[in-house]
Design a protein around this ligand. Structure first.
Ligand code: AMP
Ligand code: MG
Length: 407
């Protein structure tokens, strides 16, 4: 069986998905959720001409020759406008955010004003008509679409939606991501492993990753390498019902790699299996009636790199979010050998480089079980299949691992 190129695998995964349904959430709960429909302003902001500074509302013409004494006829503050009209030789005391009173066309800023007495102020510098006044709609106008469908809510989006006067927003339902780890050798962190056992790391890493990516993780725990046990866990995932079932391990061609056989036996339609990449060759994608299945390799680094490359786009597609190329240009910090037929993702460190680009230097250990190296890396260098030998300073592309953090 030939190996599928990474880009083709991602394209097939994304193409097989339609976005999930919508639900309303309050803005308090919107962080990390994905907007399901375009969001338009329900009001104009600012709704009235407003002062951008503390000072006095005046007529610019009255301050052409300075110093000029003006009579203070009232006060306008944020939330409290002045009802009268500013006439010739008159001024209204202003604070930032106050509506501009009728008749005034300029703000004499406090720094350019000198109090003469309680009722009189002297303009020490000319005020320019329109300056320091925020006109209605400076920020946005009623009906303007300011957030596109597929936009993820961060701090800026939440503030803007609030300013547009949306108390609740329509978001996509979070994809339910069931996660099953397989392996007789695995124990949960905190337990004492037997002499032939190791501590399972992938399910917890992938649970965090699914959440960071906008999914709702359901960690179904560790199952032993036994067809019946794996089958029961698959049934539990389908009963949720999970939108995505992620299996970890048991994905290769060893005697104890039973996951694919169990899934096929339960009626999964296999789309593809085995990718031309390193780490992570034995990746599998298929589907049950409504549950998409992503079978990830068991090696800890492979599973996380594959999650970054395949699970994130899958979750984004279910959320109706745009697909973004996670890679960016960079320069090599060291020489690299010719590559074989698999696309490499080399754990690497970043340093400032020339031409405004960083340099990426591959770390000395690239074993697909090395979580410590992965945690110390800044990025992955992408080495395309059959890439010729490369020299330090040559251009390359990288994926920053900051995508695995809360940012
Ligand atoms: P497998 O794909 O089951 O052949 O596993 C490949 C390697 O990854 C083996 O060395 C497993 O012990 C290891 N492995 C599998 N699952 C996990 C896990 N959940 N956490 C840590 N290591 C794992
Ligand atoms: Mg195994």
């Amino acid at each position: 069986m030939s190996l599928l190129p990474v880009d083709e695998a991602v394209a097939r995964i994304v193409a097989s998905v339609t976005p999930l349904g919508k639900e309303p959430v309050s803005l308090d709960e919107a962080l990390g959720r994905t907007l399901a429909t375009p969001l338009a302003a329900t009001r104009t902001q600012p709704p009235f001409p407003a002062s951008a500074m503390d000072g006095y509302a005046v007529r610019a013409a009255d301050t052409e020759n300075v110093p000029a004494e003006l009579k203070i006829i009232g006060v306008a503050a944020a939330g409290h406008g002045f009802n009268g009209t500013v006439g010739r030789g008159q001024a209204v005391r202003l604070s930032t955010g106050a509506p501009m009173p009728d008749g005034a066309d300029a703000v004499l800023i406090k720094e350019n004003a000198e109090a003469v007495d309680d009722d009189t102020v002297s303009a020490m510098d000319s005020a320019t008509a329109g300056r320091h006044i925020r006109q209605p709609g400076l920020d946005f106008r009623e009906g303007e679409v300011l957030l596109a469908a597929g936009r993820r809510f961060g701090a800026r989006e939440i503030a803007l939606a609030a300013a547009m006067n949306h108390a609740t927003v329509p978001v996509r339902r979070r994809p339910k991501v069931a996660i099953i780890s397989t392996g007789d050798e695995l124990v949960r962190p905190g337990k004492v492993p037997g002499p032939d056992q190791i501590v399972a790391s992938n399910d917890l890493g992938l649970t965090a990753f699914a959440r960071l990516s906008g999914g709702e993780p359901h960690n179904l725990g560790i199952v032993i390498d036994d067809e019946e046990a794996i089958g029961e866990a698959v049934d539990a995932a389908l009963a949720i019902p999970a939108d995505i079932l992620v299996t970890l391990g048991g994905a290769s061609v060893g005697d104890h790699d039973l996951v694919q056989a169990v899934l096929l036996d339960k009626g999964m339609t296999l789309d593809f299996w085995r990718i031309a990449m390193r780490p992570g060759k034995p990746l599998m994608f298929g589907r049950f009636h409504r549950t998409l299945v992503l079978g990830l390799p068991g090696n800890p680094v492979s599973s996380i790199v594959c999650a970054l490359l395949f699970l994130r786009p899958l979750i984004s597609a279910l959320l109706g979010a745009p697909q973004v190329d996670p890679s960016e240009p960079c320069l090599l910090g060291g020489d690299l050998r010719e590559n074989d037929n698999r696309q490499d993702y080399l754990r690497a460190s970043l340093a400032p480089g020339d031409f405004g680009l960083p340099t990426a230097t591959a770390l000395s250990t690239q074993d697909s079980s090395g979580l410590a190296v992965l945690a110390s890396a800044d990025c992955l260098i992408i080495r395309p299949p059959h890439a010729p030998p490369a020299k330090a300073g040559d251009p390359c592309r990288i994926i920053r691992l900051s995508g695995l953090q809360l940012v």
